[in-house]
Design a protein around this ligand. Structure first.
Ligand code: URA
Length: 244
């Protein structure tokens, strides 16, 4: 029996956030940040995964493998934020189990190009999940984020949307993406933004604009440099993922 989540029905997957037996090594909690921000449990295992993908000498193969592991954890955590309803089932022993059933349809929307790297992790957990795409780039004239392309499931307004982009730096692209989703009828509080690393500046700007939208982030870093790269960060996620 497959436990994969069918995103088009209410039969969502069993969420399997890993229970860690190792105490957190760092308290990278989002203190001072809005209650809509959730980090993964800051375990030593997670920090070891991040150490690998941050290392400039990590091979592309290892970068793919270990960033995929983090993405899988992030997707599972994002699914924990979806609603559930009471549901009773009969077990093979003849007993009744009063449990919970998943509620609500979902879709993914990846912000191109780096966000595409997170689609496979979502598909692994959510069987035949619909995925939309959005391309936002800096407008050379205005220096503001500009929408170049978007394609969404037709019924996106009735779905919970997992918005996928690995790095939340200034927040410009993510905010533009949310603006476009809201224009397509998706309520702000039905969007869950999923990313691997956030800057505190980006989080604050983003959450001030969209206070009811939940952000699931793997790690909150120190800040941004002059080129708007996250520090310490991991460099350009798309380059490391797609280029040798
Ligand atoms: N995008 C990246 O890939 N890396 C950063 O540090 C910031 C944005």
């Amino acid at each position: 029996m497959s436990l994969a989540h069918d995103p088009n029905s209410s039969d969502l997957p069993s969420s399997s956030t890993m229970a860690s037996t190792i105490a957190p090594t760092s308290q990278n909690s989002p203190a001072g940040l809005p209650p809509s921000v959730f980090t993964l449990p800051q375990t030593a295992q997670l920090e070891a995964l991040y150490t690998i993908i941050r290392d400039k000498d990590t091979s592309r193969g290892d970068f793919l493998f270990y960033s995929d592991r983090i993405i899988r954890l992030l997707v599972e955590e994002a699914l924990n934020h979806l609603p559930v309803v009471a549901k009773s089932v009969q077990t093979p022993t003849g007993a009744t189990y009063d449990g919970l059933g998943f509620e609500g349809k979902i879709c993914g929307v990846s912000i191109l190009r780096a966000g595409e790297a997170m689609e496979a992790g979502l598909r692994e957990v959510c069987r035949s999940v619909r995925i939309g795409k959005i391309l936002i780039q800096r407008d050379e004239e205005t220096a503001l984020p500009k929408l170049f392309y978007s394609k969404f499931p037709q019924d996106i307004a009735s779905r919970y949307v997992l918005l996928l982009d690995p790095m939340l730096a200034t927040g410009g692209s993510a905010m533009k993406a949310v603006e476009v989703l809201v224009e397509h009828g998706v309520p702000e509080d039905r969007i869950i933004f999923v990313n691997l690393i956030s800057s505190p500046e980006g989080l604050k700007t983003f959450c001030a604009k969209y206070p009811t939208l939940r952000v699931i982030t793997g790690w909150i870093d120190k800040g941004l440099n002059e080129q708007a790269y996250i520090i310490p960060g991991l460099g350009d996620f798309g380059e490391r993922r797609y280029c040798i």
